[in-house]
Write a protein that binds this ligand. Sequence first.
Ligand SMILES: [Zn+2]
Length: 80
Amino acid sequence: MESRLLEILVCPVCKSSLRYDRQRQELVCRADRLAFPIRDGVPILLEGEAREINPASRTSSEPPPSGDEGAETSQPDSRS
Ligand SMILES: [Zn+2]
């Protein structure tokens, strides 16, 4: 993903610039709290394809606080 390409990518809903989430491979509009997927390097800037971001779950790279050892998350981890 070229950073140059990101400069021209705007939210199809509010036309504001998008933030690239490298980990999730998504383009995030913070204003609308929508995350647009990137498939095979192609950003899918369609409102219907966007994922709603839960305000409770942070989109930063910080791991959730420990203490929830019983709850298994379904997100694929980078352990190998
Ligand atoms: Zn937007």
